[in-house]
Design a protein around this ligand. Sequence first.
Ligand code: 5RP
Length: 225
Amino acid sequence: MNEKQMAGYEAAKYVKDGMLVGIGTGSTAYYLIEKLGQRVKEEGLNIKCVSTSDASTEQAKSLGIPLLDTNDAPELDICIDGVDEVDPQFNGIKGGGGALFREKIVARSAKYNIWVCHSAKLVEEIGDFGLPVEVLPFGYKHVVKKMEDAGFEPVLRMNKDGSIYETNNHNYILDTKYTNSKFGKDYAAMEAFLKGTLGVLETGFFLNCTDLIISAGADGITTIE
Ligand code: 5RP
């Protein structure tokens, strides 16, 4: 079993019969969903899930996991998702897979949040990964300009074939370094600035958003709360 699989499978143990469950996106959440599918099939686990991306929806459907629309389940018992970087204060960055908006809605709907990750995602200070920011296509260069004026270094996310990457919401992603921004290390201020900029839908800052982290590395599984 690889590390991401270990973390994803461990997190699936926190899902109990009757729960409404938010399921995340990415290569670690993939294993969570895989295990939930097994439990639904083999144990008759009775759950209903809300998905954070088209990819996770397709995977869950293929495994026979019952799904609900987000609007039919505005409150969830638990949400389990991956993370791109997280510091000891549980400040996280997500959106490497472009699903940050749906992930944040689903996370904020849940009474309890778990992040699953490879231990390499646990860092002393978030920032190396950069920050994904979801923007509306109309006028996105206005956002680029505002961000650059504030010291951010936004880059439009592209596909390998040279086309512009689009989220499941048909928006664009600006991946930005922020270490030279005028906000120093004040993530909450950066978040407020970005969310206050016309054209920004959501940022990949996930601050005060998780209750538990399950990471897996060469030493096995570590649970941090
Ligand atoms: C998608 C995400 C993912 O949770 C994040 O990118 C982690 O993915 P992985 O488990 O593949 O490393 O935020 O938008």
